[in-house]
Design a protein around this ligand. Structure first.
Ligand code: BTN
Length: 334
C-alpha cells in the first residue's frame, strides 16, 4: 500500500504534469516551473524523467524549457479524469498495472464501503472472469478491463435491466469513438459482424428486499491482437483493432463509455425502464431470430419475440406458448 512519502512524491509529479498540460503544447520554462512550484530545477528535471519513464513524451530545450508532446495510452487516473464529464461514474478511480479480476477487487471495495461510481481498472487481468464461470482473456495494455460500484435504490427483482443499460452505453461509446456498428445479443454480448468484441459481468450483494450494491464489470477487446485469443475463441471473438486495422485510444474510449454509462444509469436508477428497453431494442440483433436457449441443463428452441420491461427475453415456442427467460445463453439458429 502507498506510504505518505509516496503520496507526496506522486503529488509533486502531478503538479509538474499539470504545469505541462496547462501550457498545451508550448514550452514552459524550467526556471518558471521551479519558482512557481517552489522546488529546485533539478527536482523538476527529476519529475520530467519519471514522467518519461511512464510513457509521457516531453521535449526539452536548454534555456527554453519543457514541452509535453505526447501522453501515453494508459489508464492513469489523471488522464482519465481529464476527459471525464460524468459526475457519478469515476467518482473514485483505482488503477492497477495488473490484477486478478477487477470484479473481485471491486466487490471487496464495495463491501468496505467504496462510494457509488468507484471505478477499478487494470491494464491486465490474470484471472479475468466471464459469464457462466468462463475465463475472460485480458492481455496487458490491449483492452479495457474495468468494474464499477453501483448502489441503486431498487429491489433485487428490478436489477435485470442494468446489464442491458450498460450494453447500450458500451455500444454507443464504441460507435462514437470508432464509427463501428455494434449489435447487442441478449442479454449482454456486444458483437461486430457476429463476433464478440465486449462483454459485461454483473454481480450483486443483496437480501430478499434490498440491494446492498452491484458491481458491473466491462471487458472491451480494444487493441487485442487476435493471436492472443485461444484457438477455440478465434472464430467467435474479435477486437476493435482487428475491425479497424488500427489501434484505438483506450483512454478516450473508456471515458466515452463512462460518460454514456452515466446517462444509462440515471435512466435505470430513476426506473425509466421504457427508455432502456427502447434503446436496447434499437441496437439489438436478437429480436425476430430463431434461437436456442440453454438454461442450466434445459434447452428450448423458439423465436425471440420481445423483451419485457424487466429485461427478460420472451420466446415464442413452436406451439405458440410464450416463455420468459431471465438468464442463460442463446444461440442464433438459421
Ligand atoms: C462475458 O461476456 O462473459 C462477461 C465478460 C466480462 C469481463 C469483464 S473484464 C472486467 C471485469 N472483470 C472481470 O473479471 N470480468 C469483467
Amino acid at each position: 500500500m502507498s506510504s505518505p512519502g509516496f503520496a507526496k512524491k506522486s503529488k509533486i509529479k502531478q503538479t509538474v504534469l499539470d504545469a505541462l498540460v496547462k501550457a498545451s503544447g508550448s514550452f514552459v520554462s524550467g526556471t518558471r516551473v521551479s519558482a512557481e512550484l517552489g522546488m529546485s530545477r533539478a527536482a523538476v528535471w527529476k519529475q520530467i524523467e519519471i514522467l518519461r519513464k511512464e510513457g509521457y513524451s516531453v521535449s526539452s530545450k536548454p534555456r527554453i524549457g519543457y514541452c509535453l508532446t505526447g501522453v501515453p495510452d494508459r489508464f492513469y487516473p489523471f488522464e482519465v479524469k481529464r476527459l471525464l464529464k460524468a459526475e457519478i461514474m469515476g467518482s473514485e478511480i483505482d488503477y492497477f498495472d495488473s490484477l486478478g479480476s477487477t470484479n473481485d477487487e471491486t466487490m471487496k471495495r464495495a463491501v468496505e464501503g467504496a462510494p457509488e461510481g468507484t471505478v477499478v481498472i487494470a491494464e491486465e487481468q490474470t484471472k479475468g472472469k466471464g459469464r457462466l464461470g468462463r475465463a475472460w482473456i485480458s492481455p496487458k495494455y490491449q483492452g479495457i478491463w474495468f468494474s464499477i460500484v453501483l448502489r441503486p435504490e431498487v429491489l433485487p427483482a428490478e436489477t435485470g435491466l442494468i446489464t442491458l443499460a450498460v450494453a447500450v452505453a458500451v455500444a454507443r461509446a464504441v460507435k462514437q469513438e470508432t464509427g463501428l456498428d455494434v449489435e447487442i445479443k441478449w442479454p449482454n454480448d456486444l458483437l461486430i459482424k457476429g463476433k464478440k468484441v465486449a462483454g459485461i459481468l454483473t454481480e450483486m450483494s443483496s437480501e430478499q428486499d434490498k440491494v446492498h450494491f452491484m458491481v458491473v464489470g466491462v471487458g472491451i477487446n480494444a487493441n487485442v491482437d487476435p493471436g492472443s485469443f485461444p484457438g477455440e475463441l478465434r472464430a467467435t471473438a474479435t477486437s476493435l483493432r482487428e475491425q479497424l486495422g488500427r489501434d484505438v485510444n483506450r483512454v478516450r474510449l473508456l471515458c466515452s463509455v463512462l460518460n454514456e454509462l452515466e446517462s444509462s444509469y440515471r435512466s435505470f436508477r430513476e426506473k425509466r425502464s421504457d427508455e432502456i428497453v427502447r434503446d436496447w431494442k434499437e441496437l439489438s440483433s436478437t429480436l425476430g431470430k430463431k434461437v436456442e436457449v440453454k438454461i442450466l441443463d434445459r434447452i428450448f428452441v423458439g423465436v425471440a419475440g420481445d423483451i419485457d420491461e424487466g429485461g427478460q427475453l420472451i420466446i415464442r415456442m413452436p406451439d405458440g406458448e410464450l416463455i420468459s427467460v431471465s438468464a442463460g445463453e442463446i444461440t442464433y439458429l438459421r
